[in-house]
Design a protein around this ligand. Sequence first.
Ligand code: KG4
Ligand code: ZN
Length: 371
Amino acid sequence: MLYYYFVFIDRYSKMKEKLTFLGIETSCDETAASVIREKNDGTGEILSNVVSSQVEEHKEFGGVVPEIAARAHVEKIDFIVNKAIKDSNIKLDKLNGIAATAGPGLIVCLTVGLNFGKAIAGSLNKPFVAVNHLEGHALSPKINKTINFPYLLLLISGGHTQFLEVNDVGKYKRLGTTIDDALGEAFDKTAKLLGIEFPGGPIIEQWAKKGDEKYFKLPKPIINKGGCNLSFAGLKTAVLRTSKQLTNEKEKYHLAASFQKTINEILYQKTGVAMEQFLKNKKDKKNIFVIAGGVASNLSIRKNLIKLSGEKNFFPIFPPVNLCSDNAAMIAWAGIERYRKNLIDNLKFASKPRWPLDISAPFLKGSGLKL
Ligand code: KG4
Ligand code: ZN
């Protein structure tokens, strides 16, 4: 009896203890590390958040070159993780666990952060949590806001574009996805055609402000079919064709503006469909709509989705801009949330370059599947 009492007390004190986790992220072209501590209200305090971007390394190639990215991670990881620990003022032995991104992403890049995280966890004899990068994005709004499950998530980044029903930690239902390019990719490719260096998404947003959004009429692929799946390849081809016919500099701004307007119309329509699907048969749901990923920094897209949310009776939530783009705070946080559910991993956990959040969802991207 006394034994069970002590087990209960031990579990109870662990539940009450505020967890502090180190997170490491190297899935693509950002080498990042962060330390987060839980707060009494259930949100997180970011004690450090170090991100080293490789934009300069990849600029001349117009995209991320895996070998260059991996080499940069190897060169920087030691410094970045040490800086995150130093900035946090937390002693290593006070960490409750270490989380590292294990996928999806470039295998040569993932391996660097994952192995580094496993090595720290192993040497300190601390729990290790392998985090899905997409789950990091999905849970990121909970770092500084109390949000209850379930909620609808639109993830729009350089590598992913998905509508997900976030039902709990580790429990996701994909409602729709892109069948070709990711939205950030579409922005970056349009930018490249207009002579803007990689990653051009943020510059397209700036140029769009100086142009006439009605100047060019661009296509909206699968706008009225395929549920809330999306497609941007046809739009990209139309941008390519139009970019070859420009007659003056001002038309570049018009094309950027017309492209962004078309994206907004596509998102407006498809998000409306996703919202209806999310609410179907689930009358008790609170209508929370989270928008995450690098493209969620775009203010015009924010405004568009805030307007739609008002019309559809959803409450929109955007993580702060520094938590929208790739970072390790979201990985540390996902580590804490998974640890709370006893989802702890083995140090043998191997990187998973392809790792869908909803494993039951069909693989659509690049499949050429007809909708
Ligand atoms: O989430 P993220 O930092 O990295 C990935 O996981 O991909 O997203 C980066 C993407 C890039 O394609 C970048 O061009 C795009 O987000 N992006 C933007 C804006 N800021 C970043 N696209 C449009 N407008 C922006 N303001
Ligand atoms: Zn990302």
